[in-house]
Design a protein around this ligand. Structure first.
Ligand SMILES: [Zn+2]
Length: 326
């Protein structure tokens, strides 16, 4: 501002000098020009919001303020949310905080909570009706995975039965065989996706250490559960129309059939392996003959069939699955 007035003053002095020297017309024209320039300069200064800022620093301060405000929006979201949730959180925040696009968010507003992204494993359990319908659909094709004793009348051999020794819940069906030598067979057509055929049981002390951790957690850690399966096979049956993605698990095998290999197709009724007791308490004590049974699971969209249902509902669902009328 001071610079501008000095400049105007200089012009006025010069013009007054001209007046003294008699160049009147030229001086009047110059005065008019100086007046117009003065108005333009004063309007430009009055429209500038940073009146208190020295003229020399007005440009840089404006440039500084934009980079600090514009990136703060994505930075705030990425630092407070999981990267996977950001794409979903971004439109939600734009609509909920009412801020104009491009403007920095109002710091007074709380950061919007992103919609949680659940893993498939954390999805809501099926309702009884849904489980029944899926069981009825699958029963059209399913083969009993074992010819050993039917577990259906025994809640403790069915899904949802407590398994206190590992601080967990039973996810499958136990076919008690009472002797070795019985085959486990594939329940549906599919493809082997996981094959463990060379399992070595830990000694009972080491097994107990794993179970101690489960007790501390009051839940069976997923990989501890897998090691308690002994030799086991997982078969992927693909997406069954009107049901979902179906897999089955065959556990506690004494051995896996050599034709069962990862990636290879498996036919319903094909032998998966010999039923044994690998992974059990008896096997950890070196006894491979006590309590041979097939632990069999059926999962739909990564949840075992009947999850969360009562014992009675579970029995009906599996009775439907195996098309038993009893
Ligand atoms: Zn079991």
């Amino acid at each position: 501002m001071a610079v501008s007035f000095r400049w105007l003053k200089k012009w006025v002095v010069k013009i007054l000098g001209n007046l003294k020297s008699g160049r009147v017309l030229l001086s009047i024209a110059a005065l008019a020009v100086a007046f117009v320039i003065g108005i333009v300069v004063s309007q430009a200064w009055s429209s500038d919001s940073s009146d208190d800022t020295p003229a020399s620093s007005a440009g840089p301060s404006e440039a500084d303020s934009e980079p600090t405000s514009s990136p703060s929006e994505p930075d705030d979201e990425s630092s407070s949310t999981d990267p996977a949730t950001t794409p979903e959180a971004t439109p939600a925040s734009g609509s909920s905080d009412g801020s104009t696009p491009g403007n920095p968010p109002d710091n007074a507003d709380p950061v919007p909570t992103p919609a949680p992204v659940f893993l498939v494993l954390d999805q809501e359990p099926q309702t009884y009706q849904e489980a029944l319908e899926d069981a009825a659909r699958l029963s059209l094709d399913i083969v009993w995975p074992s010819g050993c004793m039917s577990p259906l009348p025994y809640p403790d051999l069915m899904p949802n039965a407590p398994r206190a020794y590992r601080s967990g819940i039973h996810q499958g069906v136990d076919f008690q065989c009472f002797a070795r030598g019985h085959p486990a067979v594939a329940a549906l057509d599919g493809r082997a996706v996981l094959v463990v055929g060379n399992y070595e049981d830990p000694d009972s002390d080491k097994r107990d250490l794993l179970l101690d951790v489960a007790a501390q957690l009051d839940a069976t850690p997923p990989y501890t559960l897998l090691t308690l399966y002994g030799n086991y096979v997982v078969i992927d049956h693909g997406v069954v129309p009107d049901v979902g993605h179906v897999i089955t698990v065959y556990a506690h095998l004494e051995s896996v059939d050599p034709d069962i290999r990862v990636g290879e197709a498996v036919q319903a009724g094909q032998t998966v392996g010999e039923i044994g007791n690998r992974g059990t308490h008896a096997a950890a004590n070196g006894d491979f003959y006590t309590d041979p049974h097939l632990h069999w699971e059926l999962h739909i969209d990564n949840q075992y069939l009947g999850a969360g249902l009562s014992a009675e509902e579970t029995r009906y669902v599996y009775t439907t699955l195996f098309a038993e009328t009893s």
